[in-house]
Write a protein that binds this ligand. Structure first.
Ligand code: FAD
Length: 531
């Protein structure tokens, strides 16, 4: 938890310190490294130029999955590792990573073919060491995926994967590291590496809120800056390696796209996989995969072209009630930090494996998946054994997330209690202790409770209103107009806790609405929507 005045105290103490490790990047990769480093007693600091998870790690498809499609491209190691991590995360995350059933229909003359799919699912189960997939007849497919296309439907399959809230997973991993003594600061940008005898000895950072610069020294600097990773690498003579690929999603009301189970299928035009996944009380539809030519410092957004591509996919699979863009509640886009093969491959053919570089003492990590963040973190720290001999204490069997006593509260149902436990970990008990009956009411049409907003404002390093609406909670994704209608009540609950005067609140509210309109509204409603 971030206590009041944490920022001032960090800068007051940070100046004269020698850190063991400074991590640049507060997405899931940096968070995972922070967590594992803190676990072995290292003095470690993470700096994030925007909000935690504001890069790709709040913009994924929210799946903790093996990635069936990676089997097709022969990425066995990635699939095996992902399946094993999925199993552990489901067991140990206490409600943050949960099972998600998928349905894939099989049609005569279309991909996937029945035997191909069956073989893939057999391997998938084998990797998890559990027999779980099931064959379905056409009526069962229709029951699990109502309104699915009927012509040439032969049947299909049901199989389990998992889903999460990516931004909350990132935050929970950071918070668990804090409990072991780690420090993490958002809105702090690493601007320039500092050298001693040709080796990286620290990094100059800029507090993006105050504008102040601070030199910070460490035995090791780890560059976990995702799609931005090449920027620091260029300062140590590295080559540009990232091929930024944008992926976008649309968010729909369950009533418009009633998927009780997730539905996965291939786009009729290009054979790319598309998912419709029930998530946070809504359904998300994604994703696209195309070269992102935009400025990495500007927020990515879903283009009209991508939205139409996704609509064509879903309307081909569910032709009886075609969806229109007007029905979408929100959209979001993220940039995959994919390692360029250098070959003229289609975006979807590029490998999703991660890569590591050690250059003049700077250790850079990028690529990979949300699902495998922990194994990636362990690999990174093992690779740093020369600078960090304590890496020999790393324990791959240590609990991924700390287990906490269950939540029992007269005003909460079992599902709600489990949801809170997963999102807040050990802090949930303190949160509930300060909640009154009104705080424990759900926010209309969502699974969120009012207390979550106040708790986040008090303890979760909220620096801007969008941190609260888009990442601590995901109200900006699940409510039409980004939940702007809730802002007066959010103000009553949170303004004092945030320490903002009326002028600051007005500024933040205006900026949030502008941001949402430009980057999260469905594209035909975005200002200056691009094609
Ligand atoms: C559309 C899409 C769907 C996806 N779906 C899935 C999925 O379902 N399952 C899955 O497992 N994976 C999925 N992924 C992949 C996964 O989301 C990413 O691999 C993962 O989030 C990358 O995390 P990261 O921490 O490396 O990068 P990021 O989350 O981008 O974090 C890097 C951070 O570094 C910060 N930064 C950059 N430069 C600096 C600097 N100079 N100083 C300080 N901070 C800096 C950035 O602001 C950023 O927050 C998906 C990706 C996309 C784009």
């Amino acid at each position: 938890m971030w206590q009041k005045d944490w920022r001032e105290r960090l800068w007051a103490s940070a100046k004269d310190q020698q850190w063991d490790i400074i991590i640049v990047g507060g997405g899931i990769t940096g968070a995972g490294i922070l967590r594992e480093a803190a676990r072995i007693g290292l003095k470690v600091l993470l700096v994030e130029q925007g909000d935690f998870a504001s890069g790709t790690s709040s913009r994924s498809s929210k799946l903790v999955h093996g990635g069936l499609r990676y089997l097709k491209t022969g990425q066995w190691r990635l699939t095996l590792e992902s399946v094993r991590e999925r199993e552990r995360l489901m067991r140990e995350s206490g409600g943050l990573v949960t099972l998600q059933g998928f349905v894939t229909a099989v049609f005569k003359g279309r991909k996937p073919g029945y035997w191909m799919m069956r073989f893939g699912l057999f391997l998938y189960d084998l990797m998890a060491r559990k027999r779980r997939f099931r064959s379905l007849g056409p009526a069962e497919v229709e029951m699990l995926a109502p309104r699915i296309r009927q012509d040439s439907l032969r049947g299909g399959f049901w199989y389990p994967d998992a889903q999460t809230d990516d931004a909350r997973l990132t935050l929970r991993v950071i918070q668990e590291a804090q409990r072991d003594g780690a420090a993490a600061a958002n809105y702090v940008r690493a601007t320039e590496l500092m050298f001693d005898e040709g080796q990286v000895a620290g990094v100059r950072v800029k507090d993006m809120l105050s504008g102040e610069d601070h030199p910070l020294y460490a035995r090791l600097v780890i560059n976990a800056a995702g799609a931005w990773c090449d920027r620091l690498r260029l300062q140590v003579g590295g080559q540009v390696s990232i091929r930024p690929l944008r992926g976008s999603h649309l968010v729909f009301d369950y009533a418009d796209l009633p998927c009780a189970q997730a539905v996965s299928f291939f786009h009729a035009e290009d054979g790319r996989p598309v998912f419709a996944v029930p998530w946070d009380g809504r359904v998300i539809l994604g994703t696209t995969d195309l070269d992102h030519d935009g400025d990495l410092d500007a927020e990515p957004r879903c283009s009209l072209e991508e939205a139409e591509y996704l609509l064509r996919a879903i309307n081909d699979m569910f032709p009886r009630n075609p969806l229109s863009l007007e029905q979408a509640i929100a959209s979001y886009a993220g940039v995959r930090p994919v390692i360029a093969s250098g070959k003229a491959l289609n975006p979807s053919e590029e490998s999703r494996e991660h890569a590591l570089w050690q250059e003049k003492g700077l250790l850079s990590i990028t690529g990979g998946k949300l699902t495998t963040y922990r194994t990636t973190a362990l690999e990174v720290l093992q690779a740093a054994a020369e600078q960090i001999p304590e890496a020999d204490k790393l324990d791959a069997e240590a609990p991924i997330l700390a287990s906490t006593r269950p939540v029992r509260h007269a005003s909460l149902g079992a599902l709600s209690a489990r949801r809170l436990l997963g999102r807040y970990g050990a802090a949930v008990h303190d949160m509930l202790a300060q909640a009154d009956e009104a705080d424990l009411q759900p926010i209309r049409d969502t699974q969120y409770l009012w207390i979550e907003l106040r708790w986040a404002a008090q303890h979760e390093a909220v620096m801007h209103l969008q941190d609260l609406m888009l990442r601590r909670t995901r109200l900006g994704l699940v409510l039409s107009d980004g939940g702007v209608g809730l802002l007066p009540r959010v103000r009553e609950l949170c303004q004092a806790a945030l320490g903002w005067d009326d002028q600051r609140w007005e500024l933040e509210a205006g900026e949030y609405q502008r941001q949402w309109q430009a980057n999260y509204a469905p594209p035909d409603r975005q200002e200056g929507s691009y094609a």
